[in-house]
Design a protein around this ligand. Structure first.
Ligand SMILES: C[S@@+](CC[C@H](N)C(=O)[O-])C[C@H]1O[C@@H](n2cnc3c(N)ncnc32)[C@H](O)[C@@H]1O
Length: 219
């Protein structure tokens, strides 16, 4: 299987795979394939916006060897499980406010020692900042009206100065009344005013028609 442009990720045509940290175990019914003595899990861009971001032409991974990661909106851990494969030696703190999906996350974390799920509201980073500490990468995937504000608050509380963030902006959650371009440019403006620059902007169509990915770094 050929390697890809991204360290640790294998690519076959448009399909991506991550090396399974827990060989023999699937997380969401994904296909697994063998390559030599290793097992790989297919990373489905229809189910993971981070995979869609890569498939849609990202030239680099949105992080470089992060020791610690803060993930907002982990749901059942689909994307988180692939980050767990990719970053076996990192600590991945996953915030999720739904008690229902949190149960799945807890189960996942028992099998994957690099995962630390926290049942909390991402609007209130002061509740978990002390547990999380300073992270090198902030990933946000929550459908909230004030997504930029949530990103800024979490970055302020938890992201190291040189850290980067990837905001999976759900445009229709911000407003139904404006065009995608207007929402994206207003979001960029709001982030820019707080000292953030957009390193990469990428639509996630066709995998997710309502999302635009913004890779962010401090200006
Ligand atoms: C689209 S799903 C995330 C999918 C996941 N990121 C993945 O790729 O596997 C959005 C999740 O964000 C959670 N969420 C929404 N608002 C939140 C908030 N304020 N704090 C924490 N989690 C939130 C929802 O409960 C839901 O599980």
């Amino acid at each position: 299987m050929p390697a890809s442009d991204w360290p640790g990720i294998l690519r076959r045509g448009r399909e991506l795979y991550t090396r399974n940290l827990r060989p023999g175990e699937r997380v969401y019914g994904e296909e697994v394939v063998r390559e030599g003595s290793d097992e790989y899990r297919r990373w489905d861009p229809w189910r993971s916006k981070l995979a869609a971001y890569l498939v849609n032409g990202a030239t680099r991974l949105p992080f470089e060897h992060p020791h610690r990661v803060l993930y907002l909106g982990a749901a059942h851990g689909t994307t988180l499980s692939h980050l767990s494969d990719l970053l076996p030696d990192s600590q991945l703190f996953a915030i999720e406010k739904s008690a229902t999906t949190f149960g799945t996350l807890l189960g996942l974390s028992r099998r994957r020692p690099n995962l630390f799920p926290i049942l909390a509201d991402a609007q209130l980073p002061e509740r978990y900042a002390a547990d999380v500490g300073r992270v090198d990468f902030l990933y946000q995937d929550i459908a909230q009206r004030n997504q930029a504000e949530v990103f800024l608050e979490n970055a302020r509380s938890c992201l190291a100065t040189a850290g980067t963030g990837l905001l999976m902006l759900k445009v229709r959650s911000v407003t139904q009344r404006k065009s995608t371009n207007a929402v994206v440019s207003e979001t960029r403006e709001a982030l820019g005013q707080q000292g953030w620059r957009v390193v990469d902007q990428r639509a996630l169509t066709p995998f997710s028609r309502d999302h635009v990915a913004l890779l962010l770094a401090r200006a």
